[in-house]
Design a protein around this ligand. Structure first.
Ligand code: FAD
Length: 390
């Protein structure tokens, strides 16, 4: 054995697992393997401060690139400042944090075979471990039906202060194209701004050149001409419409334990995964702290039970995704979102954190129906979408 815990992929899910286990079981020898040449600044992982426990806020604080005290949304018929704080991590900060905690990450380590006892690298090296976790990112599954959240972001240095004081997580006053479209703004400094053109679309195609042009057009319209591009990020995230977690885990009864996007562990409506990854990392850390030995099979039982319970709890969120993608014409999706952002702030915070209460759920679906009742009823069952796919 070369390590106690081998984490395949040094992305978000596995980085959080490494941090939590390093605290829970300081003697554990943890090794992360990633095919990338080094940490990437292609990612900013944002989250609402209300998404995370006090332990996670403390643990991740050194990796934060920015923190803001509040945020806002804008729609054609209303705008609103939201009181929840917001923060963004980046790949470099997260990798540095792991390094500071003495956790080993091996870059340029492309895994060609992975099983419950270890990994084989492209150069033929075999690395064994008592416990092996697969966090190598998303992969299509017959047990998960998705729509897409696609985005292209440019981080710009503006020649003069841009005047954006707080994150605007949705500026949906823009023209609607390719589904629900909005602009996401993160002001990293008075002259540094991430502008992201985002669409909730039925298909995964992303025309990068067209989206870049849209971002620059938005910047021009706001008076930010002459801005210099510093960085760009793009993503095509799954939005869960239907998920059969029991069938997924039945297919993963052997081999390394899947986590992160690979295990369908993300927020069904936003496609974001930081809070979900933190919860999974807590489960792994709990096993590491309590079990006499951390093994692949012990961990599988715990992660599987957590993932299935979460998928059951997320049923309502997947219904919301179906109402948006299947119950609503693409150009009508904005109406649904506009209505949602008029709801009480506590509810909005619990929605993002994936902790909606039963009264919250009732509150979301009662009142003037955002889509016709008959259409809403047709969205209720999840199984037809899974059957369609198989
Ligand atoms: C540009 C972008 C921005 C995003 N922003 C946010 C955000 O703000 N907030 C949020 O919560 N979510 C965000 N997401 C969504 C989601 O949280 C991320 O996709 C998240 O990184 C998923 O975590 P993961 O660990 O499952 O996979 P990843 O973080 O993608 O990690 C997978 C890792 O596995 C490695 N790998 C893959 N194959 C191999 C192999 N064969 N051998 C070795 N290594 C391998 C990859 O190099 C990668 O580092 C964003 C996604 C993208 C693409």
């Amino acid at each position: 054995m070369t390590s106690d815990l081998l984490l395949a992929g040094a992305g978000l899910a596995n980085s959080l697992i490494a941090l939590a286990v390093a605290e829970a079981r300081p003697s554990a020898r943890i090794l992360l393997l990633d095919r990338a040449p080094g940490p990437s600044d292609l990612h900013t992982w944002s989250h609402h401060l209300t998404d995370l426990s006090a332990d996670w806020l403390r643990r991740l604080a050194p990796a934060r690139r920015a923190t803001w005290p509040d945020q806002e949304v804008r729609f054609p018929d209303h705008a609103r400042r939201l009181r929840a704080g917001y923060a963004a991590l980046d790949g470099t900060g997260l990798a540095r944090l792991l390094c500071d905690r003495g956790i080993e990450i091996r870059w340029n380590a492309r895994i060609t075979a992975l099983d419950a006892t270890g990994a084989t690298l492209a150069d033929g090296t075999r690395l064994g471990a008592a416990c092996v976790v697969d966090g190598r990112g998303g992969r299509p599954s017959p047990h998960l039906v998705t729509g897409f959240q696609k985005f292209l972001g440019l981080e710009l240095e503006t020649p003069a202060p841009h005047g954006i004081a707080r994150p605007c997580i949705m500026d949906a006053t823009v023209s609607q194209q390719d589904g629900y479209r909005f602009i996401y703004l993160l002001p990293f400094s008075a002259t540094r701004l991430l502008i992201e053109d985002t669409r909730y679309s039925d298909g995964p195609d992303l025309d990068e050149a067209a989206l870049v042009a849209e971002v620059l057009r938005y910047a021009d319209a706001k008076g930010w001409q002459g801005a210099r591009e510093i960085r760009r990020e793009r993503g095509i995230l799954p939005i869960a419409l239907a998920h059969d977690a029991r069938a997924f885990w039945a297919d993963h009864a052997t081999g390394a334990v899947p986590v992160g996007l690979r295990a369908g562990l993300f927020h069904p409506v936003t496609g974001y995964s930081l809070p979900v990854a933190a919860d999974v990392a807590d489960v792994v850390a709990d096993v590491a702290a309590r079990a006499p030995a951390l093994t692949t099979d012990t961990l599988r039982r715990a992660v599987q039970a957590h993932a299935i319970a979460r998928a059951d709890r997320d049923r309502f969120l997947r219904l919301l995704s179906r109402m948006m993608f299947r119950g609503c014409a693409p150009d009508q999706r904005r109406r649904l979102l506009s209505r949602f952002y008029r709801l009480p702030e506590g509810l909005i915070e619990r929605f993002y954190a994936g902790r909606l209460t039963w009264p919250d759920r009732l509150r979301i679906v009662t009142g003037k129906p955002p889509i016709p009742i008959r259409t809403a009823l047709a969205c209720l069952p999840e199984s037809p979408l899974l059957q369609e796919k198989s």
